[in-house]
Design a protein around this ligand. Sequence first.
Ligand code: NAD
Length: 430
Amino acid sequence: MPDKARVHYIHPIPEAKEYDPFFEATLQFEKAANFLDLDPWIYQRLKYPERELTVHIPITMDDGRAEIFTGFRVQHSTVRGPAKGGIRFSPDASISECKALATWMTWKCAVVDLPFGGGKGAVICDPLKMSENELKKLTKEYTLAIRDIIGPFKDVPAPDMFTNAQTMAWIADAYSQACGYLEPAVVTGKPVHLGGSLGRAMATGTGLFFVLEEALKYLGLNFEGRTVAILGFGNVGSSIAKLVHNAGCRIIAITDIFGGIYSDKGIDPFELEKQVKQTGSVVNFPGTEAIDNDSLIALDCDILIPAATEGQIHRGNAGQVKARIILEGANGPTTTEADSILVDKGVLVCPDILANAGGVTVSYLEWVQDLQRFFLSEEEVTEKLEKKMKKAFQEIIDLMEKHKLPMREAAYVLAVGRVAETLKALGRAA
Ligand code: NAD
C-alpha cells in the first residue's frame, strides 16, 4: 500500500457551490491518484484535459431566422490512442460537463482495455424543438467546425444523449466530403449500411446486462423475479429494460424527462417502446401510476438503473435507496457524496466506467471493422463484448477484494493505473 503521507502534491480543490460534473470527475480521479501514489507529473497530466475546443455555429433556421449555437469538443487524453466519446445535443450542455464526460471516457476505455483515450462533445440546443433539417445543418456545420481535431486516428465521436445513428451518418458525410473520400472510421454508432457494426445499437444495454449477470452471481442471486427500476428510457434505458425483462426480472418503474410510471405488477418494455415511438414519452402508459425520479430512486427494488443524465443520485436521495445493486447506465449518475452513503449502506454500485462500457467496446469493434473494411457477424461482436465486459468485471472484483476498496474505487485504480503506466513508458514529462 502506498504511504498516504507522501501524497503532498495534490492541490486542494475548492468546494463546489452546486453540482459540477468536472469537480465530481476530479474527486474520483484524486482517490485513485492517492491510492496509486502517482508521480506528480503524471498526476498533473491526467487531472486536466489535453484540449478544450469551443465553437460558435451560425445556422439559418427553417423560418429564415439566423441562430448561433455553441458547441464543444474536449479531449481529455490521447495517451492510449485516439480520443473516443460521444456527442450530445442538450440545452444544458456545458464545457464542465464535456470535461467530465471526456475524463470518464479515458477511464472507461482503460477499464475495458481499449486502445483509445477519452473525448466528449456537445452542442447547446434543444433537439426536441428542432426540425430534422435544422438538426442536419447543425450537425454538419459542427463537424466542419471541429474537423481539424477529429479523425480516425485523432478523435472518434459516437452518439450520446439526443444524437443517434443518423447524426453519425451526417458527421461521416461532412467529414468525408471535406476529405474527398468516404471515411466511415471517423465516427462509430453509424447505420450498418454505412460501416456501422452489427450489435452496436443495443451494445451499451448488452454490456450492462453482462455486468449485471456477474454482479448478481457475485451476490449469490439470479435474474428470476428480481425487481428493477430504471431512470431514463432512451437508447440505454430501453435496451437494458428489454434484456432484464426477457431474463425474468419485473420492471416496476421507469421515468423519462417528462415524468414516470409505476406498476407493482410489472411494465412490459416492448409495449412501452411502441407507445414511446408514438407519443415520445413513457407517461400515461396504461395500467401504471405516475412517479417522479426521487420516488423511483427510493423504491423498494433489487436493482436500480440510472440511465438518463448526471447527478441524479445525490446527497439528498442516496439515503433513501433500498436497491441491493445500482447499475450505472448513465455517465456520472451518482455524486461523490451519494457514493459514500451508498457504500456505507452496503449497496453494490457497478460504476459507469465499467457498467456502460459496452457501447464503447462495440464502437472499438466498429472502428476496427471500418479500418479493415472487413465486417463481423452479430454473434462474433456479442461474443467479443461478453469476454471484454466479464474480464474487466473480474479484474475489478479482484482489486476490490485484495485492497478492500469499494467497486468504483477499484475500477478507477485499474483504469488510472493503466493510463499512468502508458504515460510513464512514453516518458512524456516536460
Ligand atoms: P437518450 O437520449 O437515448 O435517452 C435519454 C433518456 O433519459 C430519455 O428517455 C430522456 O427522456 C431521459 N431523461 C433525460 N433527462 C432526464 C431527467 N432529468 N429525468 C428522467 N429522465 C431523463 O440517451 P442515451 O444514449 O440512452 O444515454 C443515457 C445516458 O447513458 C447518458 O448519461 C449517456 O452519456 C450514457 N451512455 C450512453 C451510451 C450510448 O451508447 N448511448 C453509452 C454509454 C453511456
